[in-house]
Design a protein around this ligand. Structure first.
Ligand code: NAD
Length: 385
C-alpha cells in the first residue's frame, strides 16, 4: 500500500524530543495498516551543533535553529512542540496561523489565559491538534478506561492519585535554564501542579468525568535558588508540593498529591478508583499491570487480581510481541502517534485535543488559586471527552 506522508517538524531536542522521535520512527513498523506515515522532515533547537547531531541520530532530513523558520517551511505538515512551557503558546499560535497541524506537549500552557488563546487559534485555523498526555495510551490505563466505561465498578465513590518525585530536595539545585527550567515559574508556569498533577488530572477526568471544585494546599520548601541564567539567588515561585481534594460531577471524591520531595520516589504515578462493586489500581512502576478487586467474586477466592495487560485482546497489545511479554514507557508515545495518524484517516479528533487539555488547565488554575486564597474554587470545567 502506498502511504500518504505526514511531514513532521519537531521543535525541542530534549527528553520529549527523543520520545516523540522514537514514536515516529517505530510507528509504521508496528501499525502497518495505517494510511499515513510520518516523515521526519526537520528538527529545530537553538544550538546548531547539537541539533545537527540530533538530526543525524534520529533520522531527520534537515534542521533549523529558529522555530519560526521551521514553521514557515512549505514541506512541513505538522509541528510537534517539545519545548518548555513558556514557548508553547507562541509556537502553537504561529503554527496554527500557518495552517500546520499541531502536536503539543503538556501542560498546554503556563496559564488558563494562554491556553485559551491556543484553543482559539486552532479552532479558527481548523487544524488537527493533540496534546501529549501520553499515560492515557499505556495499555493498562486504557484497559482501566474500558473497565470503568463498562460499568463493572458500579457507582464510583473515590478517585485517588499520586505523582511523587525527589529530585529537587537539594537546595543547591539551581532554577531556570537548561535542565532546571521546571523550577523557574516564568518558564514553567507552576511547579508540580502543571508538571505532574496535570497528568493525574487528565487521566482522572478521562476515567471519572469532570472535576467540579477543588481545595488545595501547596508548599515551596526551598524558598530561594540560584538562577542559572542570571547567576543571582532569586525567590522560587513554583509549588514544590501540592495536595488537593475535590468533587467530581458524578458525586465521587478525589484526593491528589504531588511532590518533588518524597525521598526514594523517582516517578511514582499511581491511581486507585473505588466503586460500589469493584476497585482498580495502577502504578507506573509496574505499568503493564492493572489490579482489580470485585466484591461479587465468590468469597473463598475473593481478592485483588493482578492483571498482566499483555494479551492480544487488551488495548494496543496485538501490535507488539506475544502474550506475557511487556512493553514500556516509550510505547505510550508510539501509540499516540498511531492514534494521531489514524485520526487523519477517520476525521475523528485525537484526544486529548487542545480543547480537552484546556479543561485540565482549568483544574490546574483552580488548584493554584485555591492554595493561594485558602478557599474552595469552582473549576469551571465544561465538558470531558
Ligand atoms: N508527556 C510527558 O510525560 C512529558 C514528560 C516530560 C516533559 N514533558 C513536557 O515536554 C516539554 C519539554 O520538556 P522536556 O523534558 O523535553 O525538556 P528538556 O529541557 O529536556 O528539552 C527542552 C528542549 O527545548 C529546547 N528549546 C528551548 N527553548 C527553545 C526555543 N525557543 N527554540 C527551540 N528549542 C528550544 C531545548 O534546547 C531543549 O532541546 C515541556 O512542556 C514538558 O512539560 C512532557
Amino acid at each position: 500500500m502506498s502511504k500518504k506522508e505526514l511531514r513532521i517538524g519537531l521543535i525541542g531536542t530534549g527528553f520529549m524530543g527523543r520520545t516523540h522521535s522514537n514514536g515516529y520512527n517505530r510507528v509504521s513498523n508496528f501499525f502497518p495498516e495505517l494510511v499515513y506515515k510520518p516523515v521526519l522532515k526537520a528538527v529545530c533547537s537553538r544550538n546548531e551543533e547539537k541539533v545537527k547531531a540530533f538530526a543525524e541520530q534520529w533520522g531527520y532530513e534537515s534542521y533549523e535553529t529558529d522555530w519560526k523558520k521551521l514553521i514557515a517551511r512549505n514541506d512541513i505538515d505538522a509541528v510537534d512542540i517539545c519545548t518548555p512551557n513558556d514557548t508553547h503558546a507562541e509556537i502553537a499560535i504561529a503554527a496554527a496561523v500557518a495552517g500546520k497541524m499541531i502536536l503539543c506537549e503538556k501542560p498546554l500552557a503556563r496559564t488558563l489565559a494562554e491556553a485559551q488563546k491556543m484553543v482559539d487559534a486552532v479552532t479558527k485555523a481548523k487544524v488537527n491538534n493533540t496534546v501529549w498526555y501520553n499515560y492515557r495510551r499505556l495499555p493498562a490505563v486504557t484497559l482501566a478506561k474500558n473497565i470503568v466505561a463498562s460499568g463493572k465498578l458500579g457507582k464510583i465513590f473515590h478517585y485517588r492519585a499520586n505523582f511523587l518525585q525527589d529530585w529537587t530536595i537539594n537546595a543547591d539545585v539551581p532554577q531556570g535554564g537548561a535542565g532546571t527550567w521546571r523550577l523557574d515559574v516564568d518558564a514553567a508556569g507552576s511547579g508540580v501542579t502543571g508538571d505532574l498533577l496535570a497528568h493525574c488530572i487528565d487521566t482522572a477526568m478521562w476515567l471519572n468525568g469532570a472535576i467540579k471544585d477543588v481545595s488545595a494546599v501547596t508548599e515551596t520548601f526551598v524558598k530561594q535558588r540560584m538562577h542559572q541564567l542570571t547567576g543571582k539567588v532569586q525567590q522560587v515561585g513554583i509549588d514544590d508540593a501540592c495536595i488537593f481534594h475535590c468533587h467530581f460531577d458524578n458525586g465521587s471524591l478525589g484526593l491528589f498529591e504531588s511532590t518533588r520531595y518524597a525521598r526514594g520516589h523517582k516517578a511514582l504515578y499511581t491511581f486507585e478508583i473505588n466503586g460500589e462493586h469493584a476497585s482498580i489500581r495502577w502504578d507506573l512502576h509496574d505499568l503493564n499491570r492493572l489490579e482489580y478487586f470485585d466484591h461479587r467474586d465468590e468469597s473463598i477466592v475473593r481478592g485483588w487480581r493482578s492483571i498482566h495487560v499483555t494479551d492480544g485482546d487488551q488495548p494496543y497489545m496485538d501490535k507488539w510481541w506475544v502474550p506475557g511479554l511487556g512493553i514500556g514507557y516509550e510505547h505510550s508515545f508510539v501509540h499516540q502517534v498511531a492514534d494521531f495518524l489514524k485520526s487523519l484517516e477517520t476525521g475523528k479528533p485525537c484526544g486529548p485535543t487542545f480543547k480537552d487539555a484546556l479543561e485540565t488547565q482549568k483544574v490546574c488554575e483552580a488548584v493554584i488559586d485555591s492554595a493561594n486564597s485558602k478557599a474552595w474554587k469552582e473549576t469551571g470545567v465544561e465538558w470531558v471527552m
